[in-house]
Ligand binder design. Structure first.
Ligand code: SAM
Length: 175
């Protein structure tokens, strides 16, 4: 997203350690790869065109840290768009392999509703259709979304090689 010109990209994980040890080095590596000649580490930040931030926390409370969320139907952020309107929610939410546990599907869904820009925000979710042994899956998350009734869903891609688990990418947006 950063390399494609997004003005702000916020990463989230449950563990700060994962962000420090994997996510941040990964982001750095992608910028180094893109830029010729490679820049020294301390020069890199100033050359990243986007606002890149990292947040750790549980889905049930990470909205307290995220700057672009809705609180009680009102934007939390005081940041304004170019039209002077309060700006809340992210234009795009990307998630992969996040819907394996049935017990956290509702919490994750509630978080995405708080974080998605209205009315035009879009969520892309990549997941296995079913996670054997834990019970979650893309279709379980889809049921959670459909039961609430405020978002439309569409299947964007399906990867089925006939020998391993079926993987899907779903798109969700407000109706
Ligand atoms: C299987 S990993 C997938 C990681 C990465 N998206 C990928 O595709 O490689 C599951 C991710 O969901 C996050 N996660 C699971 N339950 C969570 C929760 N209750 N609160 C916050 N994050 C959670 C974990 O921190 C982890 O990043």
């Amino acid at each position: 997203m950063c390399l494609e010109g997004a003005s702000a990209v916020h990463f989230q994980d449950f563990n700060a350690e994962v962000l420090r040890c994997l996510t941040i080095p990964n982001v750095r590596a992608n910028f180094v790869k893109k830029q010729r000649p490679p820049l020294a580490t301390n020069e890199m930040e100033s050359n990243i065109p986007a606002e890149v931030r990292f947040f750790s926390g549980d889905w049930c409370e990470v909205h307290k840290l995220l700057p672009h969320v809705w609180e009680n139907e009102n934007p939390k952020s005081s940041v304004s768009s170019s039209e002077g309107e309060p700006c809340a929610g992210y234009d795009i939410i990307l998630m992969a392999e996040t819907v394996y546990s049935i017990s956290s599907l509702q919490t994750l869904y509630e978080l995405t509703k708080k974080c998605l820009s209205r009315p035009h925000g879009v969520i892309y979710m990549a997941a296995k259709k079913h996670y054997f042994g834990v019970g979650g899956g893309s279709r379980q998350f889809l049921s959670t979304v459909e039961n609430d009734g405020v978002m439309a869903s569409s299947l964007i891609a399906e990867v089925a090689d006939g020998s391993s688990n079926v993987r899907e990418v779903w798109k969700f947006s407000f109706k």
